[in-house]
Design a protein around this ligand. Structure first.
Ligand code: AMP
Ligand code: FE
Ligand code: FE
Ligand code: ZN
Length: 270
């Protein structure tokens, strides 16, 4: 095992709400000395073009397929990371397409609510090719000068329970796990510290393969309860920075990572 091996398995690109393109992420990963990575965009695998896979290989970076699916559990959001799935799987592609359509409807509803608040914006003004969501609506609000930054956008309008928030069309944990498994992937519960421990334990009664124990810039030892939980339930362990580029500068690439042994357990699952 290489003691210098670090793999960041939670990264967002411009295919969802990150600010770096998948190729720019490879550049940065190489620059900071990562050995492995996974780009885990919200509800899409669009980052994984044949060109990207080839480029990663050329640079000697171990890139494993990844995605972060939005689900709803007990009326709240739960994120599930999928890894090392078959990119060509039709059901997985259709599932991403369904998320895309649900999101478009939801984003349009949020724009209407904002318009009703007197903000002069239109859906067509949101400029984004990939998975579109609240961060892109926030971008537009900043651009138009209605608010100073994303934080303010979520606090005033778009955060859960705020006046212009529309919940996502519910997609269940069960179905999401099923899609990942049918595509021969592994499913991990993302950032468990954002939920209550009681809920995390209930969620882990579903057929998860692993738990994201290392996250962003966890203070020392914050991962401990999750490592213990994963070990007691025989779950694989993942970790990553949840890098989004400039919109979340407090989460630099490589802020959290896993070692070679854990990375291999995820990569050699098929
Ligand atoms: P959506 O998928 O459209 O519901 O948007 C969720 C995304 O918005 C998350 O993945 C975060 O990147 C971002 N986000 C959520 N809450 C906040 C917040 N309070 N401030 C800034 N960004 C946030
Ligand atoms: Fe995000
Ligand atoms: Fe997440
Ligand atoms: Zn994420």
């Amino acid at each position: 095992m290489n003691p210098n091996f670090r793999a960041d398995l939670h990264i967002h690109s411009t295919a969802s709400d990150g600010t770096l393109s998948p190729f720019e992420i490879l550049d940065l990963a190489e620059k900071i000395g990562l050995s492995g990575l996974s780009i885990t965009d919200h509800d899409t695998v669009a980052a994984y073009t044949p060109e990207l896979l080839k480029e990663a290989e050329k640079r000697g970076l171990r890139l494993v397929t990844g995605v972060e699916f939005s689900t709803t559990y007990e009326n709240g959001p739960v994120h599930i990371l999928g890894y090392n799935f078959d990119l060509g799987d039709t059901e997985l592609r259709n599932f991403c397409q369904r998320h895309r359509e649900n999101r478009e409807k939801r984003n349009r509803k949020m724009v209407v609510l904002l318009q009703k608040k007197g903000l002069e914006i239109t859906f067509e003004e949101i400029e984004h090719q990939g998975t579109m969501g609240r961060p892109h609506i926030a971008d537009l609000l900043v651009k138009k000068g209605y608010i100073a930054d994303h934080n303010q956008a979520f606090k005033r309008y778009l955060g859960e329970g705020k006046c212009c928030y529309v919940p996502a069309e519910p997609v269940t944990v069960e179905e999401t796990l099923d899609v990942i498994h049918k595509a021969k992937g592994l499913a991990f519960l993302a950032h468990p510290h954002l939920g209550r421990m009681r809920t995390v334990k209930k969620l882990l009664e579903f057929p998860f393969d692993g738990l994201e124990c290392y996250y962003a810039r966890f203070p020392l030892n914050e991962e401990k309860p999750y490592l213990q939980l994963a070990e007691s339930q025989n779950l694989l362990i993942s970790g990553g920075s949840d890098f989004h580029g400039a919109i979340k500068p407090h989460n630099p690439l490589g802020a959290s990572w896993i070692d070679e042994e854990r990375f291999n357990q995820i990569c050699q699952s098929r």
